[in-house]
Design a protein around this ligand. Structure first.
Ligand code: AMP
Length: 484
């Protein structure tokens, strides 16, 4: 498939200033204003190819600088091509609201010196302002698939003049069940266009989609596929499920961890853990698909500005979280899908910075750790951990640990509500639950779930649980003042 294959490592110095890649001074100065002195490897390889009009297949992990890799040449090409009577000329599809918002912010930052109009569309918010923006005319749309289709079906978005399509984090889009929406959107695009396809992992379905879209692409790979960045130190701690919360509190306090992103498997679990940490004296908030857009944005902002110390997130909500220098990522429960582990820990060690990823593993989860190690092609050392947070000896691993019962942990069918769309819990309403899954009441039992049986991911997306109530002592605790 690919005409050219370029392998490189993340953020190795290339000593090639942005101007030599063919970018115009206005764009170079916007990049310089962001503090970038030289392109990352994916930028050095992808920018000239995109400027030439080539299709690109980017095997890029999070934190490699892929957003600038496609945004900079895209802005340049659009600023040089003809305005199409208010119709958008570039479409960037992203799996989540957070990622879409973040990509759009990059477009705004990098595009300061060029006269282009862009907007970001996702579900869970009022559609009318989005319609008004489309009517005024746009050059670039950044969107999640569900809301974009909605706008197309209302005949408000016309994709007939799209010159460049970007699929960002394509693997996650498929994982979230967007394949049908993507196919529908593809039918609305002109046949002749440039395609830029980015994905951190390449399972069969992702490759099939890439093959069906791309034409003679330049392939740019910045880290071995399905591997994690070298900058991320990974450790796993063996601890019983019911002791995880206490141990985590102690690790955070004793280690004086300042900014910790914690992943839980379910929305309810995220709420509960945030509440418990808060009552342990560790400021925390939860972020997941049942929270309103404004609550998600506030939690993220509070976390970024160190107003809270811990952000407890589910996989989907955390997608696209980009925090420079995020030092710690914790898997409170291991994901049963190894690629999710890669995505999760990719939140740290970004832009060449060091990071630490810690996984709390109960005995039933050891089989997941083995699966993850197979994908990573490396061992993640497992140490004993006491509830007091004391790290002990390395654990002797058993050859083939038993997997928990399939019904409890296997990947759910892709029938969960769209996280970005009109159906999603983002509106704050409880969403429908796939049949046969644990009920909100079950999920809400006050005792911890049996280890290794935290329920399928669909429960995470559709448990309909409300946001965690504020802990009584939360308001009284002194916090740094909230930044304006
Ligand atoms: P991305 O992979 O696009 O999510 O980018 C990861 C992080 O790297 C973001 O915080 C970017 O602002 C940052 N970044 C992107 N390009 C560069 C560069 N050339 N030099 C330094 N940082 C960069």
């Amino acid at each position: 498939m690919p005409a050219k294959h370029v392998a490189a490592t993340r953020f190795h110095r290339t000593y090639m200033p942005f101007a030599t890649l063919g970018l115009r001074p206005e764009i170079v100065s916007a990049v310089t204003a962001k503090g970038y002195t030289e392109p990352s490897p994916i930028q050095a390889k992808a920018i000239p190819a995109i400027l030439e009009g080539r299709d690109v297949l980017g095997g890029a992990q999070t934190g490699t600088g892929k957003t600038a890799a496609f945004s900079l040449p895209l802005l340049q090409r659009l600023s040089e091509s003809e305005f199409k009577n208010k119709r958008p000329r570039a479409l960037i599809l992203a799996p989540t609201r957070e990622l879409a918002a973040q990509v759009h912010q990059s477009i705004l930052d990098y595009g300061k010196g060029v006269d282009l109009h862009s907007a970001c569309f996702f579900g869970g918010v009022n559609i009318n302002p989005q319609i008004s923006k489309l009517r005024r005319g746009l050059d670039i749309i950044v969107a999640t698939p569900g809301r974009l289709l909605d706008l197309c079906q209302r005949r408000e978005a016309n994709l007939g003049a799209i010159e460049t399509l970007v699929l960002d984090e394509a693997d996650r889009m498929l994982d979230m069940g967007f394949i049908h929406d993507i196919r529908k959107i593809l039918k609305l695009l002109p046949h002749d266009r440039q395609n830029l396809f980015f994905s951190a992992t390449y399972a069969k379905d992702v490759k099939k989609l890439a093959d069906s879209i791309l034409r003679n692409p330049v392939e740019v790979e910045v880290a071995p596929r399905n591997s994690t960045a070298d900058q991320i130190a990974q450790e796993a701690y063996s601890i019983g499920q019911k002791n995880k919360r206490e141990a985590l509190s102690n690790l955070i306090k004793d280690g004086d961890w300042k900014q910790v992103l914690v992943f839980t498997r379910t929305k309810h679990g995220a709420n509960r853990l945030a509440k418990q940490l808060d009552s342990d004296g560790i400021t925390a908030a939860a972020i997941h698909g049942n929270k309103s857009q404004s609550a998600r944005e506030r939690a993220l902002q509070d976390f970024k500005t160190n107003y809270i110390r811990v952000l407890v997130a589910t996989d989907i909500a955390a997608r696209g979280i980009d925090i420079i220098d995020l030092p710690h990522v914790v898997n409170f429960e291991l994901p049963n899908i190894p690629e999710d582990y890669v995505h999760r820990i990719g939140r740290t060690g970004r832009a060449g910075k060091k990071g630490k990823a810690i996984s709390l593993v109960c005995s039933e989860e050891e089989a997941y750790l083995v699966d993850i190690e197979k994908v990573l092609k490396r061992e993640v050392p497992l140490f004993e951990l006491s509830p007091r947070g004391k790290i002990g000896h390395q654990v002797q691993r058993i050859a083939n640990p038993k997997k928990p019962k399939k019904t409890a942990v296997s990947r759910p069918p892709r029938q969960h509500p769209r996280p970005d769309s009109r159906h999603s819990g983002g509106s704050g309403k409880p969403s429908s639950r796939p049949s046969g899954k644990s009920s909100p009441r079950q999920a809400g039992k006050s005792s911890p779930r049996p280890a290794g049986r935290p329920g399928p991911r669909s429960a995470d997306r559709a448990d309909g649980s409300a946001s965690a109530p504020r802990s009584p002592n939360r308001r009284n605790r002194s916090r740094p003042s909230r930044p304006r």
